[in-house]
Design a protein around this ligand. Structure first.
Ligand code: PLP
Length: 402
């Protein structure tokens, strides 16, 4: 957000605006020619130059596009509102963002990563980057001692998801950031589940924040995208170089959709959190349920850390295990809901249900999954913003139908 935008949105440049104001205004200055309040969708691949290498800041749309610039500024501002010039970079998918971060590394480098990760991240690390000579150790990042023990002299990166997918484990970001820094390794947080609305990893000393904007930032299940934000300028320039060199950039219409989604992020997240809290409490009190994973529940092992490092709620993701149920029962349950749609992905306004072992996390070998605590009968919910009574009634009816 420029000074002009900050002034427009708070009435004075002196106080830094609240999250809702940033969500609505960040990156979105009125278009200078017409005054259009929405950033136009610049459907162009190239830009006419006045003389060779003399141009208005844009040369080719892989390197930069004004619709993308607006989104990149917005996400950077949401993650680092106090910084002068954080670097925000957008990608054609969350995995495109992850892939670009991994290109900071070189053959022989070692990565410590959570053992409860988005399945596609695990797949990229083990099937692609291991072939390129990177080495990975997967540990429970909720256990700081285990993370510390996994470090080697050649460890260059610590990859954290918090809350994690699908077990909603909570990593102590301040502790892990300090651990990585002391060993000259970069710390990365995939903050897709929390969004900048609930958690700001930079406040805890984390170096790189990553999002699948497909999820809560877009928020309407109509676009695939990713983003990376860093505060360090030199690191930002290295990543900007890689973004352009590798080219996993989003198109302008995709950027427009994500940016529009961000304008209501705070309202949606508030309702996602309230609904998920209701659903998790209902599941936890039901005898048909063996375990509920939701960091907002006082009995969740990461609850105290989550309370400290998240603000305003614990997110919209809940996972649970049905008592005595295996794969077949879990699949039947997922097929029986009517308000919850059976689908991969998360973070949209509509509630989704899925079975991680056979869907989002099927690319993780069964024995690796089980070792990480991911039960064969686990069910994951992305709790939407519908009326919570309807969501609970739907789950109740599924128990009866299975
Ligand atoms: C979906 C997801 C990703 C991957 O993002 P895509 O946009 O699907 O490529 C990465 N991390 C988490 C936590 C996710 O949920």
């Amino acid at each position: 957000m420029s000074d002009r935008e900050a002034t427009a949105s708070t009435g004075s440049g002196a106080r830094s605006p609240g999250f809702g104001t940033l969500a609505v205004h960040a990156g979105a200055a009125p278009e200078p020619v017409t005054g259009a309040i929405m950033v136009p969708v610049f459907l162009t691949s190239t830009y006419v130059q006045e003389a060779p290498a003399r141009h208005k800041g844009y040369e080719y749309s892989r390197s930069g596009n004004p619709t993308r610039t607006a989104l990149e500024k917005a996400i950077a501002r949401l993650e680092a509102p106090e910084d002068d010039a954080p670097t925000g970079l957008c990608f054609s998918s969350g995995l495109g963002a992850t892939d670009t971060v991994m290109k900071l590394l070189s053959r022989g480098d070692h990565v410590v990563a959570g053992n409860d990760l988005y399945g596609g991240t695990y797949r990229l690390f083990t099937t692609v980057y291991e072939r390129f000579g990177l080495e990975f150790t997967f540990v429970d990042t909720a256990d700081a001692a285990a993370v510390e023990a996994a470090f080697r002299p050649e460890t260059r990166l610590l990859w954290i998801e918090s809350p994690s997918n699908p077990l909603l484990r909570i990593a102590d970001l301040s502790r892990l950031a300090a651990l990585a820094r002391a060993r000259s390794a970069l710390s990365v947080v995939d903050g897709t589940f929390a969004t900048p609305c609930l958690q700001r990893p930079f406040d805890h000393g984390i170096d790189v924040v990553l999002h699948s904007t497909t999820k809560y930032l877009g928020g309407h299940s109509d676009v695939v995208g990713g983003a990376v934000v860093v505060r360090d300028r030199e690191l930002g320039e290295r990543l900007r170089f890689l973004q352009n060199a590798a080219g996993a950039v989003p198109g302008p219409l995709d950027c427009f959709l994500v940016h529009r989604g961000i304008k209501t992020l705070h309202l949606r997240v508030e309702r996602h959190c309230a609904n998920a809290t209701r659903v998790a409490a209902w599941l936890a009190g039901d005898r048909r349920v063996a375990r509920v994973h939701y960091p907002g529940l006082p009995e969740h092992p990461g609850h105290e850390v989550a309370k400290r490092q998240m603000r305003g709620g614990f997110g919209g993701m809940v996972s649970f295990e049905i008592a005595g149920a295996g794969v077949e029962e879990a699949k039947r349950f997922c097929s029986a809901t009517r308000v919850f749609s059976l689908a991969e992905s998360l973070g949209g306004v509509e509630s989704l249900i899925e079975h991680p072992p056979s869907m989002t996390h099927a690319s993780i070998p069964p024995e690796v999954r089980r070792r990480s605590g991911l039960a064969d009968g686990l069910i994951r919910l992305s709790v939407g913003i519908e009326d919570p009574d309807d969501l609970i009634a739907d789950l109740d009816a599924s128990f009866k139908a299975m």
